[in-house]
Design a protein. Structure first.
Length: 223
């Protein structure tokens, strides 16, 4: 379980780094031209007047990369990753650019895989099953993914924003049949995403490509 320990340690380090960047920034000083007095912008506000930090939870449909790899398996039974669940923390660095961290869980389902068939018939051992990272294996698994993420908001109004997002990191697969673990590079590319609302907001991403959903919807909170 070395990969699991490595994932846990890395996740803690990334969360610590995110927490460090979330410390209140120095207040900006401005001059009121009519009175000549100085005033300070609130420390917890981002450049667009919204809180600088965000936390969201989302549900994604059909993570494309794992399912594309599963399609290459040369055995008679089927498996798939129909959905994923993600937690995301974001911190505004500028008015349009944010950086954060994604934690994603992907269950892999295979209702038709029969362990008795696999162990009782030697020929079935020749079947090939790709893992979510391209390696061979014969197992059911759950996938955990950790990815730093970058978001650029190219359209902004008071209660609406459109953005492009890119995330890259790594994940681990847990083999529940043979007690094995695989690990590998993960990514998510989102050409178009939308944020609707201010303090509490809805988040929609479509289309998206990688280890999160092709279509993702969720709810977030700015603080």
């Amino acid at each position: 379980m070395k990969a699991f320990r490595l994932l846990s340690i890395t996740a803690l380090l990334l969360l610590a780094a995110a927490s460090a960047t979330a410390q209140p920034r120095h207040s900006a000083r401005y001059t009121n031209e009519s009175s000549g007095h100085y005033y300070e912008a609130p420390r917890h506000k981002a450049f667009n007047g919204l809180p600088a930090n965000e936390f969201s939870i989302s549900l994604g449909v059909w993570p494309m990369r794992p399912n594309n790899l599963f399609d290459d398996d040369d055995y008679r039974h089927e498996r798939e990753a129909p959905f994923e669940v993600s937690l995301e923390y974001m911190r505004h660095l500028t008015r349009r650019l944010s950086i954060g961290l994604d934690l994603t869980y992907i269950p892999v389902l295979n209702d038709y895989w029969d362990n008795e068939y696999y162990y009782d018939y030697p020929d079935s051992r020749d079947y090939h099953r790709s893992s979510a990272f391209g390696k061979g294996g014969r197992y059911e698994e759950s996938i955990l993914v950790v990815m730093p993420t970058f978001r650029f908001e190219w359209l902004q109004t008071r209660n609406f924003a459109m953005y492009t997002r890119l995330a890259m990191g790594f994940g681990v697969e847990f083999d529940k049949v043979e007690d094995k673990v695989n690990s590998g590079f993960t990514f998510q590319a989102v050409p178009i995403g939308m944020l609707i609302g201010r303090t509490v907001y809805a988040r929609i991403e479509f289309p998206a490509f990688g280890y999160q959903g092709l279509l993702t919807a969720g709810i977030g909170y700015r603080f």
